[in-house]
Design a protein around this ligand. Structure first.
Ligand code: ADE
Length: 419
């Protein structure tokens, strides 16, 4: 069996340059990679990773490989693969990559099967498709798996559902839940890269536009903040009253999506749930409204309903599909309703992925050392790893911070002292 499936190996040199460029912004991961090269803590460990195949992921693969791991990588989204990076990983680094940008669903799942055929001891997932398929189709492989990591909120929710139903068969670390992951990647990474995707796809002016953000989790907070920063009038929609209140106090207008639908110019979903933008919303939207999704799966915008309502569909620009409705209004869907930041741009900037992937690399090392002791549950990233990543990132930025004095430590651990 061929041990890779990528679009074009001739793109390898271009991909290598892109990987090198990203590495300049990933000093924490570089340090970990250097230590891994000295200590080889992953010698002979077989890892199957289902991640967005980007330059940042390539640097994570290089760090794990430096630690002695053997790797198979498949895409965690059909539209996020950087084909040049995929080629470079095969040609320059001898890694088995199964990913082609724009692959259809069948190929997407075939690629996951190929990564599983590698018989991993560790899994790395972004959205839990690899873990889900492993548990449903390849139970024969489960006994040799020591542990796994999960990158994103959606995946962690799926894994928790598996654990709650008692079907999860090995321990998985929720990298997403590390503070040095979601506070930065989900907020600043998604915030910037979502705007980047919308602008690259459409080149619209954000100043003065009404920009509707569905969901006020860490991603939604980041998107709303950056849209406001570019002069948009931001509306937030929420189902959670606490988050809705937070959005109000952060200075946004909050209203139900049915109301927002009538006034928005640009809509971005970041909820993790299905049909957040649905037929009833499309019926009310203004002519020219732009629709994008920044949640992990392409389920948040009901694309099928849009297709059914359309009398004509046109590709206006790369990543922009315009649906003409019977009454003449046109709605523009970006990146087929898939993650707009990866479908229409390059995903989160390297500097923020530096922290996410430092957590990934250190969590893999932790699982290799400790995984056999852990019952099959979803685990947080150990706090010492989270703090080490923050300390290294600060150091790399040339920023120092204070430490508690002995007196302050004593005060914090005492209960007798008040004023
Ligand atoms: N998720 C979001 N942005 C990403 C990137 N640049 N690389 C890998 N995964 C990502």
């Amino acid at each position: 069996m061929k041990n890779y499936d990528v679009a074009n190996l001739a793109l390898a040199e271009e991909g290598e340059r892109r990987i090198e460029w990203a590495a300049k912004e990933m000093p924490v991961l570089s340090l970990i990679g250097e230590r891994f090269a000295r200590e080889r803590p992953l010698t002979g460990v077989r890892i199957a990773a289902c991640l967005h195949v980007t330059a940042e992921t390539a640097n994570l693969m290089k760090a794990l490989q430096a630690g002695g791991a053997e790797l198979a990588l498949c895409a965690s989204n059909p539209l996020s693969t950087q084909d040049d990076v995929a080629a470079a990983l095969v040609v320059q680094h001898g890694i088995s990559v199964f990913a082609r940008r724009g692959e259809d669903n069948e190929t997407y799942y075939r690629h996951i099967r190929s990564a599983l055929a590698f018989e991993p001891q560790i899994t790395m997932d972004d959205g839990a498709d690899l873990v889900s398929m492993l548990h449903q189709e390849r139970q024969d492989l489960l006994s040799r798996v020591r542990g796994g990591t999960e990158e994103t909120t959606t995946g962690v929710i799926r894994l928790r559902a598996m654990a709650a139903r008692g079907v999860l068969r090995y321990p998985i670390i929720a990298v997403n839940d590390a503070q040095t992951k979601h506070l930065f990647d989900n907020r600043y990474g998604t915030g910037q890269s979502t705007i980047d995707g919308i602008l690259r796809a459409t080149n619209v002016l954000l100043a003065g536009k009404t920009f509707v953000v569905a969901g006020y989790g860490w991603c939604g907070r980041g998107i709303a903040m950056r849209a406001r920063g570019m002069g948009a009038k931001v509306i937030v929609t929420e189902v959670d009253p606490i988050r809705a209140l937070e959005a109000v106090m952060d200075g946004y207008r909050v209203m139900p999506m049915l109301e927002a639908a009538a006034v928005g110019d640009i809509f971005v979903t970041a909820t993790g749930d299905i049909n957040v933008l649905d037929r009833a919303h499309f019926e009310r939207m203004k002519d020219g409204a732009i629709l994008a999704n920044s949640g992990h799966f392409n389920v948040e915008i009901n694309v099928r309903a849009l297709e059914e309502m359309a009398v004509a569909i046109r590709e206006m620009r790369p990543s922009v599909r315009v649906y003409k409705l019977a009454d003449g209004r046109e709605l523009a869907l970006l990146g087929e309703g898939r993650l707009v930041n990866l479908a229409a741009a390059e995903g989160h900037p390297s500097s923020v992925m530096d922290m996410s992937f430092a957590n990934q690399a250190l969590s893999v090392q932790h699982l290799v050392q400790e995984g056999h002791k852990l019952p099959p549950q979803v685990y947080p990233v150990p706090d010492d790893i989270d703090r080490a990543v923050a300390a290294l990132k600060l150091h790399s930025l040339g920023v120092r911070c204070d430490e508690l004095t002995a007196e302050q430590q004593r005060y914090l651990s005492s209960w007798e002292l008040g004023t």
